[in-house]
Design a binder for this molecule. Structure first.
Ligand code: OXD
Ligand code: MN
Length: 590
């Protein structure tokens, strides 16, 4: 049953935005076929070669609208302090006053689509319901892949007592000057205008499942995190689950779908994917943290994805997929930098212009994407939609750092792990507009996604560690260490499972480790079948106290930004790092 309050809201938005018509989505297959045909007719989607990529389409976005725009993303809490120093803030009144005129008449000549959706498995008491009102058919068709979209949401809404995130989206005139992504945590609402890009426009994803959900989680005793979830089974047949927080474009999708290297496959290692971007974590009745992937699809980064780096993603995106801003081959298939197939003559770049390998330009936009249903992934875990979620043994925090941070190290305990997450600093990527390769603090990889003051968020993390008797062990990882020549030292991809092997051994109370000032590093890794120079491994696992003393010093100004609101436990961990590195313990790896 559609609640009357929803009808009233849709009517208010209709009166404001003045669409030509209003269409209520039901999520049916017949509707998908009809709306897809409409999108092709409107030029929103370009059909691809349906023999080679069945039921798949290409979308070319406005060239100024290709990534998340953090500078125009706002948390509109009542008090500025509740948004904290890492978020842009506008008062709810100012935001409404600024955006209302932009919405006025913005949908003239367009259809207003009402998109009901569920984040999390339908029927689960933990799932959340949103309704996105949008004038973008591209958004509708992506939401259909990324969420459980359609009539099922109405039943879910009854089950969850009417708790609802109202999401309003309009492409507006796509002008970057009139682009705003505003979150109203006190009203459980999101207003987005001026962008059709994924994270700005598919409001179930970053806006609801992270920013709004992080606030709901704080208030309701759970956590919304920018984490993949994967299942790993060792040759003994022990299946364990791991969550990993990586900044955008640092390989979450690749790790979530990792294929064991041949030597480990032979020994019997197995891996399954539960989620590739977002995890909702809750204390379970058994004293462990249980994780659910609230999404139903992958919005993965295309460049660099190949049969060599991520065959599961290639298979997942082999049908029923929407590609955004990739290059188009003359045979109606797609291409991007790092694809396993070599470029051919006649490629059109992401803007539809003729392209050749020597042109010096990228054929695919560096943040080009594929939107693919999760259940098409060959590695999807049979339990990926279990309403209870999966019990988490370990949490990884990944930094993209050329040096300082070792390949892997283990936090002493949950509080120390929270500190490692809180002080995570990583090089920027193309997932957001702005300069690439600049070191920035990205606590828990949530900098752009936390819907409230991050000092309180750290406090919530600390509390969650005490809310469960058996919290996951926490590890820092860095796949991106480089040698003197600037080349990556660690092969990454499938070989990252060697690191997970050690991580899970530690979770079982096994796995030899060496104590360092920042935590434990492996005494040894299973390197069977991997040719890596001992000097490279030494460098990867090295902890240089002087570098960490400098790191600790650099962290001060970041931590100070939170003033009195910063939990004392975070400063206590910082003091421990200062003390441990000041002692200049020689870093030895045996
Ligand atoms: C994403 C991101 O799209 O983190 O997942 O930007
Ligand atoms: Mn992400």
């Amino acid at each position: 049953m559609i609640p009357e309050s929803v009808r009233v809201w849709v009517e208010e938005v209709r009166a404001l935005c003045q669409p030509e018509s209003v269409y209520w989505c039901d999520g049916s297959e017949e509707e998908r076929v009809r709306l897809t045909a409409q999108a092709v007719q409107d030029g929103v989607l370009i059909p691809l070669n349906h023999d080679k990529l069945p039921n798949s389409y290409l979308h070319r976005s406005d060239p100024t609208d290709v990534a998340r725009t953090e500078q125009v993303t706002f948390i509109c809490s009542r008090a500025k302090d509740d948004a904290g120093p890492t978020n842009n803030w506008m008062s709810p009144e100012d935001a409404r006053a600024k955006l209302t005129p932009l919405y006025a008449g913005a949908m003239r000549g367009r259809t207003l689509y009402v998109v009901p959706f569920v984040m999390g498995p339908v029927g689960s008491p933990f799932s959340k319901v949103g309704i996105e009102l949008t004038d973008s058919l591209y958004v509708v068709l992506n939401m259909r892949i990324m969420t459980r979209m359609g009539a099922a949401a109405w039943g879910q809404l009854e089950q969850t007592g009417g708790e609802l995130t109202k999401c309003l989206h309009s492409l507006g005139d796509l002008s970057p000057d009139r682009r705003f992504i505003c979150h109203f945590p006190d009203d459980n609402a999101i207003w987005s205008i001026g962008s059709g890009y994924g994270g700005n426009a598919l409001l179930g994803k970053k806006c609801l499942a992270l920013r709004i959900a992080s606030v709901l989680g704080r208030d309701q005793g759970w956590m919304a995190e920018h984490m993949l979830i994967l299942a790993v089974q060792n040759p003994r047949g022990e299946k364990r689950y791991v969550c990993a927080a990586f900044p955008s474009q640092c390989g979450k999708t690749n790790l979530a779908m990792v294929v064991p290297p041949p030597a480990m496959l032979e020994k019997g290692w197995k891996v399954w994917t539960v989620g590739d971007d977002i995890a909702w974590l809750r204390p379970g009745p058994d004293g462990r943290l249980w994780a659910v992937n609230p999404e139903a699809g992958f919005f993965g980064v295309a460049p660099g994805t190949s049969n060599a780096t991520n065959p599961n993603a290639i298979a997942a995106a082999s049908r029923n997929t929407i590609f955004t801003n990739v290059a188009l081959k003359p045979d109606g298939t797609v291409w991007w930098e790092g694809h396993h197939e070599p470029p051919v003559d006649g490629i059109l770049d992401w803007r539809g212009r003729p392209w050749s390998p020597g042109s010096g330009e990228k054929a695919a936009q560096p943040n080009s994407r594929f939107t693919a249903p999760a259940d098409q992934c060959p590695s999807i875990a049979p339990e990926w939609q279990d309403p209870a979620g999966v019990p988490i043994s370990a949490i990884l925090f990944d930094a993209r750092r050329p040096n300082v941070v070792p390949l892997v190290y283990q936090a002493r305990d949950w509080q120390h792990g929270t500190f490692i997450g809180a002080t995570l600093a990583s090089e920027t990527t193309a997932a957001a507009t702005g300069k690439v390769g600049v070191l920035r603090h990205d606590p828990m990889a949530m900098l752009p996604f936390c819907g409230y003051n991050m000092a309180d968020y750290f406090g919530h993390w600390l509390e969650m560690g005490t809310a469960v008797a058996h919290p996951p062990l926490i590890f820092g990882v860095n796949w991106f260490g480089t040698g003197e020549d600037g080349r990556f030292l660690w092969p990454g991809f499938g070989d990252n499972l060697r690191v997970l092997d050690w991580v899970l051994e530690r979770c079982e109370g096994r796995g030899a480790a060496i104590e360092t000032p920042i935590g434990n590093v492996p005494a040894a890794l299973d390197l069977d079948g991997l040719a890596i120079a001992p000097a490279a491994l030494e460098r990867l696992l090295r902890v240089v106290p002087e570098q960490w003393a400098a790191e600790a010093q650099e962290q001060v100004s970041f931590l100070e930004r939170f003033g009195d609101r910063m939990p004392a436990a975070i400063w206590a961990e910082h003091a421990k790092l200062v003390a441990a590195t000041a002692a200049r313990v020689p870093a030895t790896v045996e």
